[in-house]
Design a protein around this ligand. Structure first.
Ligand code: ADP
Ligand code: MG
Length: 697
């Protein structure tokens, strides 16, 4: 029987009811799906502990002993079944909050059991809630070695489909189907990379004999997963490169030259010069450019974008600059207008709040080509917005844009425009490789001269006095101050209340200064007006939510106070901090938190205090949060789930898999050779055609 085709409901012991839950909850439809449902962790069950050894910080442990009595305690929601358990060295309580009847029916007082679970201290006694219990049938029959753990949902658990049940199912699947498992990689690759074969790998990932074999099995399965991913991406990107023509920006002309001679307000940093040259060459090759520009906050990406857009204009094309928020788009627009004074370049701003009349004029002028540079928000990608000849699209702070939105931009011209995506949130190389395949990356690794590194200080929220004193000092020196509050959707009401209270409080503390306020719930108009007051220094203190996170540029602001800093992600804190340190003055970022912090939160805050390096912080952020929560991953909309590999932690395997995939495609671009039939088959099966990777990056 073919396990790839066998419906899970026909597996012995499953049946239609459980099958339906497996379908719905974990996407397991066939026996093969089950076999590819991998454990998320393993616990060593060789050792049996004594009760008297238990201390407060133990992970899962195993005990051997007897239940001396059952007892039901508590009322209502606190009602629970307790089994008193002893191994002769001490006592511990086993506790169940549900399923009491089932437990008392199943387990007997006085019989020997192996108990497995995590001990926690309750009052002055340890207990284990919802332990695993197995009858003890002699040392030789005891489960030892590495015990796999499978993720299960609440729904599954309530139908007795817990990790253990999955493991049992897995054993049934194996005994029936192991002989049918056939290799899914070409022998040459298995041999060259010295991979464990698929059958062995499957066995060892679910029933590991020892850690060495488990590791080899995991390596093999991760390699395969990443290999096919890369093979897919690389195939499409090469295809795209061959098929699509790019506009050739062959010259530098009047616009860029006169800007450079007359309007450039300062000399470019070496990094800015290098990037402009790099991109200019890239836009002249005849291939369509697809480039990511990474540069830490304040590194001067806007100026680079402007100069590149002028090159597009010099070659007779239009350009657009897209930003994730209205505030940012407005600010970019103002910056461009100022920088372009006297050069005769037509620039307009298009956002959600552009008036109908202006909007119509803009649409008109885009079509005639009179309008040369369009700055805006998502409004730019609406279908009604059409260009005469769009040659370059710059997207600022790309992580705010989803894949679909970016893809829409491609349809703005017969030939796709060159695309430059700018970000201050560095995407780790491994992720960039996975998501974008052939995306070229440029890095601005230098800040404009004269900037003093921002000093970051961690302060407990009880010490308001000291905080206000240092703010006051800065205000007296003529500087401006940001105070940021978290606004998290789940607790929106409370967060807004905190912000309002903070605003009133700050007004009282600093009566001689003007305080303004910006948050996401305000109308764009109001937001803008408040923002402008701060930009013009008509207000000295701005109380805000993270709407100011990206891009906002007020060089005179030298203090960034972040309230409840523990609630922000590291990359977000770094972005916020980047709002100061933009002038020549010493700037400060003050992270305010409660005194009580978990060890991990404390570590995160410490990283912020110690490091000013966006790349370092992004890597640390990934490690703490795991790629699943990664903003980049979710918002760039990676449309796949990895079953076993982890893009961040398995960077080395990814690199290797990519090299092998590259080699395969160099030798056989269409995968036509006999030995590659298996690759074609697998790619097809993995539904590789669903996403056109080359196009959406
Ligand atoms: P980001 O890369 O974070 O978008 P911006 O483009 O907003 O940074 O630039 C930050 C600040 O640095 C702006 O005030 C800008 O005018 C200034 N700036 C940019 N390039 C230079 C330069 N070469 N020398 C001095 N200041 C510069
Ligand atoms: Mg910027």
């Amino acid at each position: 029987m073919d396990y790839t085709q066998t419906d899970i409901k026909y597996l012995a012991g499953v049946g239609p009811k459980k099958a339906e839950i497996l379908n719905k909850e974990i996407d397991v439809f066939s026996v093969e799906d089950l076999l590819y449902y991998f454990p998320y962790k393993y616990i060593d069950r060789s050792r049996i502990y004594f009760i008297h050894e238990i201390d407060g910080n133990m992970p899962y442990i195993q005990l051997k002993g007897r239940i001396t009595a059952f007892e039901t305690l508590g009322e209502g929601r606190r009602k629970r079944l307790v089994a008193h358990f002893t191994d002769g060295t001490g006592f511990i309580d086993l506790v169940w909050f549900q399923g009491g009847k089932f437990i008392t029916d199943k387990y007997r007082v006085g019989a020997p059991y192996i108990i497995f679970g995590k001990p926690t201290l309750f009052g002055d006694k340890f207990n284990i809630a919802h332990p695993d219990i197995d009858p003890f049938m002699g040392e030789e029959n005891r489960a030892t070695g590495l015990m796999p753990y499978y993720n299960t949902t609440e729904k599954m658990k309530s139908h007795f489909l817990n990790s253990k049940a999955i493991q049992k199912m897995m054993a049934v699947a194996f005994s029936s189907f192991i002989k049918n498992i056939t290799e899914t990689l070409p022998d040459t690759i298995v041999g060259d990379v010295r991979l464990m074969d698929l059958k062995q790998a499957m066995r060892n990932v679910h029933f590991p004999e020892n850690t060495k074999l488990l590791r080899d099995a995991q390596y093999r399965l991760k390699f395969e997963e990443l290999f096919y991913l890369q093979l897919n991406i690389l195939r499409y990107t090469t295809e795209r490169k061959n098929k699509l023509k790019g506009f050739v920006f062959s010259k530098v002309g009047e616009y860029l030259n006169s800007f450079y001679e007359k309007n450039l307000p300062f000399s470019l940093t070496n990094a800015q010069k290098r990037i402009i040259k790099e991109v200019r060459l890239d836009m002249a090759t005849g291939e369509q450019m697809n480039r990511l520009l990474q540069g830490d906050v304040g590194s001067g990406k806007t100026l680079v974008a402007l100069m590149l857009m002028l090159i597009a204009l010099d070659n007779g094309f239009q350009a657009c600059l897209m930003a994730p928020t209205e505030i940012l788009a407005t600010q970019h627009y103002a910056t461009l207008v100022e920088l372009l004074t006297g050069l005769g370049v037509e620039v307009e701003l298009l956002t959600g709040s552009t008036k109908k009349k202006d909007r119509e004029r803009i649409h008109q002028n885009l079509l005639t080509g009179d309008l040369q540079i369009l700055v805006g928000t998502h409004a730019l990608i609406e279908d009604v917005v059409r260009f005469a000849n769009l040659g370059l699209v710059v997207i600022d702070e790309q992580h705010r844009f989803g894949v679909a939105q970016r893809a829409k931009l491609w349809s703005k011209n017969v030939n796709p425009p060159h695309i430059l995506v700018m970000t201050a949130t560095p995407i780790p190389r491994t992720l960039a490789m996975t998501v974008y395949g052939d995306l070229d990356v440029s890095v601005i690794d230098e800040l404009p001269p004269g900037r003093k590194p921002i000093q970051t200080i961690h302060q407990y929220d009880k010490k308001r006095g000291a905080l206000y004193a240092s703010i006051k000092k800065q205000l007296q020196e003529g500087r401006q101050v940001y105070m940021v509050y978290p606004l998290i959707e789940e607790s929106e009401k409370l967060d807004l209340k905190n912000l309002e209270e903070g605003f009133e409080h700050i007004k009282e503390i600093f009566p001689e200064y003007i305080v303004c306020k910006v948050h996401g719930k305000m109308k764009p108009k109001e937001k803008d007006a408040e923002m402008q007051r701060f930009v013009k220094n008509e207000a000295q203190i701005m109380v805000a939510t993270t709407v100011i996170e990206v891009g906002v540029n007020v060089p005179n602001a030298s203090v960034m106070v972040i309230e409840s800093a523990q609630r922000f992600g590291l990359s977000q804190l770094h972005q916020l901090r980047g709002r100061v340190g933009r002038g020549a003055d010493q700037s400060y970022c003050i992270l305010v938190t409660p005194y009580e912090l978990s060890a991990e939160t404390k570590k995160r805050i410490d990283i912020m205090v110690e490091s000013n390096d966006g790349f370092e912080i992004a890597e640390a952020d990934l490690k703490f949060r795991g790629p699943g929560d990664l903003e980049g991953t979710q918002q760039s909309g990676i449309p796949f789930n990895l079953r076993i590999a982890d893009i961040v932690r398995d960077g080395e395997i990814l690199r290797c898999a990519r090299e092998v995939a590259q080699k395969v495609l160099e030798e056989d671009p269409q995968l036509e050779k006999n030995e590659n039939a298996i690759l074609r088959k697998q790619l097809k099966k993995l539904g590789g055609n669903k996403y056109n990777w080359g196009l959406i990056s």
